[in-house]
Structure formats: C-alpha cells, structure tokens
Write a protein that binds this ligand. Structure first.
Ligand SMILES: NC(=O)c1ccc[n+]([C@@H]2O[C@H](COP(=O)([O-])OP(=O)(O)OC[C@H]3O[C@@H](n4cnc5c(N)ncnc54)[C@H](OP(=O)(O)O)[C@@H]3O)[C@@H](O)[C@H]2O)c1
Length: 329
C-alpha cells in the first residue's frame, strides 16, 4: 500500500480508502467485520462512511453502517483515518436533512455517538444543499472544526462552480476551508475531468473518488439481456438509480471493449478499473467497496500495479465519450 497527503493538509491517507455503504443491509455485521479486517490487513488506513448508510435502507435503519464501523473500530480508533458525511435524510422532519446549521450540528453529534468516537478526521457534505445559504453551512462546519469534532471538512457531489464559490466564501469569512472532494469517477463517468479535477489541483484539494467499478458493472459480471441479479442493481430505489446511471446498451458495449482490452493486457478487470482511477494525477485515494470480503482482493491489488502507458491510453480512448454528458445524471 502507498500513502500520501490528503491535498495540502498534513494528514496521511492510504491510496485506497475502504467504502462501507454495503454494511448493515447487503452485508451483515460479521461480513462487514471481515471486509474491514481484509482491508486493514492490506494496509488500508482510511475508511469512508456516511450517516445515511447503508445503501438501499429506509429511514428505519439509517445510521446502522456507522454503528457497525464504530463497533469494529473500538479499541483501535487511532489506527484509522475516519471520514463520514451528512446532508442525507435522517428522520421524518424537514430539518432532519440538508446543510442548515440546525441539522449539521445535530448530525455530527449523532454520527459521533454511532461511531463511538469523539472526533472524525474528515466531515463531508454528502451533496450540495442549494436551499441553505452557503455562508450558514460554512459557519456551522467551522464550529464543528473549532470544537474538535472534525479535524477537516470536505464535500461530495459538488459541481465545480459551487465548490469554487464555497472556497471563496470561506476564505473571505476566515472560516475552515474544504480540503477534499469526493466525486463519482470511473471509466463510465468522467465528466469531472473537465472542471472539478482541474479546480481541485489548482486549489490543492484531496480527491477521493467513489464508485470506481461503476457499482460492479466494470467487473463484467452483468449481462444486459435480463434483469439485474441480486446485488447493487436490484436494491429497490437505490438499485433503480444505479440502473439509470449505467444499465444501458452504450455502457455494456464499453464494458465489453474494456474486458477485451484487459484480457489482452493480462490484468484483472477490477484491478485495471481501480488502477485507472488511481492513475489520474489529481486523485489522492480511490474508495473501493465490496459486499463480500473476497471481492476486495482484486480492488486491493490496484495499489500494487502501475498501468502500462499504452494500456492506460487505450482505456482513456475507449471511454473518451464519458467525459461529456449531463453533469448530474
Ligand atoms: N459520496 C457519495 O455519494 C458516494 C456514493 C457511492 C459510494 N460512495 C462511497 O464509495 C464506496 C465505494 O463505492 P461503490 O461501492 O459504488 O464502488 P464500486 O467499486 O463501484 O462498486 C462496488 C460493488 O461492486 C461489486 N464488486 C466489487 N468487487 C467485485 C468483485 N471482485 N467481483 C464482483 N463484484 C464486485 C459489489 O457489488 P455487488 O456485490 O452488489 O454486485 C460491490 O459492492 C462506498 O462504500 C461509499 O463509501 C460514496
């Protein structure tokens, strides 16, 4: 495993980060424990979670993932860099979601309670809440940092212009500044290369992309002719969202070309897909995910390889069209 600094901060993170959103729904607590142990044994020191996880859950079990992660971290919290997120819906009231001062100050305490810790290393806005004034959100996050409940703050799923604006406002108001972005990024979704990644590089932000396998589509295990099997693409509304993103003829034909290229290069598709994300110089750490421990090995292997430049160029070429498209699809 390699390690590097998160953007311009002094915080060292592993180049692979373990995502946890399967824990507590797709993966039970015992399986989740084995996934975390497998990652830790491979040198992963960076874990990402969110208050709304597990994926596929309804309001009755939001927060379960943080409880599972917290229970596993008990007694070894200091060995890991822990990131979580807020903004998603956590309760029935209109103020149980979003980036208002009221919700964020409630949300951090609830996350810390579930995680069994008195601080998180990185506290991220899960998405952009355009209904709350940016200054109010930044002031609430500043309180959270100054009180020691979060060491750093970041964003996820932000458009570049909104992030640029937020950085300008935090500088003007002398408030804690975002140090990282967590965007979706994989061979089938490359729009962030055009504006967000250049912004992150100019501003010295850490970049920790999620979804490196496009939810598993890049494994090549899915077939377009037929309903998705049990797993990511069949998780109720969340499964439908993943189908809307990737379950299309165009994506399946790119995956076929990708499989062919990996076969010729003699690299496992999962390893190649994650290594391709890591090969972008703007990327700090790729967030990998699994519903079973044995799935993790091929993703973990990405930390140990360098893509041959000709192979990387081939992957860039066959996925070039995904640099364009609807920014928020
Ligand atoms: N900020 C955000 O909005 C956001 C959104 C999504 C994710 N994330 C974070 O990023 C993490 C990773 O995202 P992701 O889970 O979408 O990543 P991903 O790598 O695109 O997909 C992981 C999924 O692919 C399948 N898979 C993985 N390895 C496999 C293998 N070797 N063989 C067969 N199938 C395999 C598994 O799904 P099945 O077993 O179900 O097929 C697994 O859960 C999450 O846990 C979360 O922490 C953040």
């Amino acid at each position: 495993m390699e390690y590097c600094k998160l953007g311009r901060t002094g915080l060292t993170v592993s180049r692979l980060c373990l995502g946890t959103m399967t824990f507590g729904f797709q993966s039970d607590e015992e399986t989740a424990g084995r996934i975390m142990q497998r990652a830790a044994d491979a040198g992963v020191t960076f874990f990402d979670t969110a208050d709304v996880y597990p994926l596929g859950a309804d309001l009755s079990i939001v927060g379960r993932t943080e409880e599972i992660v917290g229970a596993w971290l008990k007694g070894q919290r200091n060995r890991f860099v822990l990131a979580t997120k807020a903004v998603g819906k956590m309760g029935p009231s209109s103020w149980d979601e979003g980036a208002s001062r009221k919700h964020l100050l409630d949300a951090i305490d609830a996350s810390l309670h579930r995680l069994g810790t008195d601080y998180v290393d990185l506290y991220q806005l899960h998405s952009d809440d355009r209904e709350t004034p940016l200054d109010e959100t930044l002031e609430a996050l500043d309180i959270i940092v100054r009180s020691g409940r979060a060491r750093y703050i970041g964003v996820s799923n932000f458009l570049a212009y909104r992030l640029a604006r937020a950085l300008g406002r935090s500088d003007a108001l002398r408030l804690a500044r975002f140090v990282s972005v967590q965007p979706r990024y994989n061979l089938l979704f490359r729009q962030i290369e055009r504006e967000l990644l250049p912004l992150a590089q100019e501003e010295g932000l850490g970049v920790i992309p999620y979804n490196p396998l496009a939810g598993g589509l890049l494994t090549g295990k899915h077939k377009h002719d037929g309903a998705p099997p049990q797993g990511r693409f069949s998780l109720g509304a969340a499964g439908q969202m993943y189908q809307d993103r990737y379950w299309h003829e165009r994506e399946f034909s790119t995956v076929a070309a990708f499989q062919q290229a990996t076969q010729e290069a003699n690299v496992a598709p999962v390893t190649a897909a994650v290594a391709w994300v890591l090969a972008n110089p703007a990327v700090t750490s790729a967030i990998i995910g699994a519903s079973r421990p044995e799935q993790l090995d091929a993703s973990l292997a990405a930390a140990d390889i360098r893509l041959d430049p000709a192979f990387k160029a081939k992957l860039d070429d066959l996925s070039h069209e995904y640099r364009f498209g609807d920014a928020l699809r």
